[in-house]
Design a binder for this molecule. Structure first.
Ligand code: UTP
Length: 488
């Protein structure tokens, strides 16, 4: 027997028992026909799944649709206003800057998604993000971290460590990309990668896990909420504790405009009297009642995100005495999360962790038909995928604050190949923000404008040059011609 086949055979017996107990033994249908390499691949992938939890998940989420959330009392969330009208922005910014300078803050980016709507093959972070130079999304975020480090850690020489969550499906490509690009100017030992878990895809009718190939179950990353367990399991939380990091600035990889490290937000999160320093959120006012975005609300007195599909229509459309939507707080997936809170969530429950609920999505998932052995590309939804969402941790925080931000200032996600939230809309918003900042420092006349008020050019502004409008004041900028593409 070869070196690999003996442990495989032993492991396979244990695995077969686990699968049988979970009603999923069919995953070994082709075992006898597989060569050693494919057997060990299948065994490794199956071993990564917690089979003892699967029957309950199938019963609760796959074979029936779980009850909609948001049954409790839903109230609008109180928000700190973007213009600082109801809080002392300068004071909180100074407090947040102090924490960053003392090395208490790290950046955390979730980059394990599959980017299926965008239809891009590689990790989404490798996709072009900057409006003119086409620098990748990873570079856009890295530049913000480098800029924040040189601004807030100048005297202390502290680092802002960057934790990046990948998935088993894109980990190697992500790490390779960083190596090839010299970690985008950051120090290698301050950039940490770790992988999230995966969840199998289930046949919608039977609850059986699908085989993608004879030696491979159909799996996908377990959602950005999988980050909580992955942060603990990977040792990232322990690394933070060792470094003295107390707060994580959570952002997603697909938004190149995001303020990866925002001292005012961090200051509010850590010091506002109505924050427990556990988990805070930024919101953008919804563009209208029908915008398909989760809304940050108070549900039974706790801050929570209610998904747009779960929001009663009469609440979505309700307008307050100030003329604003009452439930306006669109969730833009920007949070600050306390490291102690993450430790409590990851390690504090009866079975070692506090379980977040799964979200069910019906999808088309190719599979091997066990009756024929043929691979089938389904034409309609045939499968259920289960994902965890990070915002489901919000109600577990004792007190959680919400900070408003303007869409043009920091929300230009790239989700789709075309239309809303596409590379094109992202370029437009980047341009608008640069034009807005130029106008704010009296340089608006340099930007050509179309009759509809849109800048008649494409502008790119690296955080290494300006992290806010004021940074543009001392810069000399040449007038921009109509249709020009300019890196400011
Ligand atoms: P999305 O929900 O937009 O998903 O992720 P996606 O995978 O990027 O794209 P689609 O839905 O397949 O088109 C929002 C953020 O959460 C991360 C993504 O990488 C992105 O930064 N994410 C999502 C994870 O890190 N892991 C996941 O399992 C899902």
């Amino acid at each position: 027997m070869s070196q690999t086949s003996e442990p495989t055979a032993t492991g396979a017996d244990a695995l077969r028992r686990q699968l049988a107990a979970a009603g999923q033994e069919h995953l070994l249908t082709y075992w006898e026909q597989l060569d050693d390499q494919h057997r060990s691949l299948l065994e490794r992938q199956l071993a990564a799944i917690e089979w003892k939890r699967i029957p309950a998940l199938v019963a609760e989420y796959v074979l029936k649709k779980p009850q909609l959330a948001g049954e409790g009392s839903i109230e609008p969330a109180r928000c700190y206003r973007a213009d600082g009208s109801n809080w002392d922005k300068a004071a909180y910014k100074a407090k947040g800057a102090g924490l960053i300078g003392a090395g208490r803050v790290a950046a955390f980016t979730v980059a394990g998604g599959q980017g299926s709507r965008l239809g891009y093959e590689g990790p989404k972070g490798c996709f072009p993000g900057a409006a003119v130079s086409n620098k990748p999304l990873f570079a856009c975020l890295a530049e913000w971290i480098a800029a924040a480090q040189s601004r807030y850690c100048r005297d202390t020489h502290c680092a802002i460590p960057w934790y990046i969550m990948t998935s088993p499906l894109n980990h190697a490509a992500t790490v390779r990309f960083f190596k090839e690009n010299g970690y985008f100017g950051l120090k290698k030992h301050d950039v940490m990668f770790f992988t999230q878990g995966v969840m199998p895809s289930f046949d919608m009718e039977t609850g059986k896990v699908l085989l993608d190939q004879t030696h491979m179950p159909a799996v996908s990353p377990d959602g950005h909420g999988g980050s909580i367990k992955a942060l603990a399991d990977s040792g990232a939380l322990a690394d933070m504790t060792r470094r003295g990091v107390e707060h994580l600035s959570y952002t997603q990889i697909d938004n190149p405009l995001v303020r990866v490290i925002d001292p005012a937000f961090i200051g509010l999160h850590a010091f506002a009297p109505d924050s427990s320093g556990e988990m805070s959120s930024k919101m953008c006012p919804k563009a209208g009642p029908d915008e398909k975005v989760g809304v940050i609300c108070k549900v039974d007195g706790k801050t929570a995100v209610v998904e747009y599909s779960d929001m009663p229509a009469e609440l979505s459309g309700a307008v307050g005495s100030d003329g604003r939507l009452k439930f306006e707080a669109g969730n833009i997936a920007v949070h600050v999360i306390g490291v102690k809170f993450l430790q409590k969530l990851a390690l504090g429950g009866a079975d070692g962790g506090i379980a977040l609920p799964y979200h069910r999505a019906e999808k088309k998932v190719p599979f091997v038909d066990l009756a024929t052995g043929q691979r089938v590309e389904p034409q309609k939804n045939n499968a259920v995928k289960l994902e965890l969402f990070v915002f489901d941790a919000l109600p577990l925080a004792e007190k959680s604050i919400v900070l408003e931000t303007e869409r043009v200032e920091e929300f230009a996600p790239i989700k789709n190949a075309e239309g809303a939230d596409s590379p094109e809309s992202c370029r437009r918003i980047q341009t608008r923000r640069a034009a807005k900042w130029l106008a704010a420092v009296g340089k608006g006349n340099l930007v050509p404008v179309r009759p509809d008020g849109e800048p008649d050019c494409t502008l790119e502004l690296s955080p290494l040059h300006a992290m806010e409008a004021d940074d543009l004041r001392p810069k000399t900028i040449k007038p921009i011609a109509r249709g020009d593409e300019v890196i400011l």
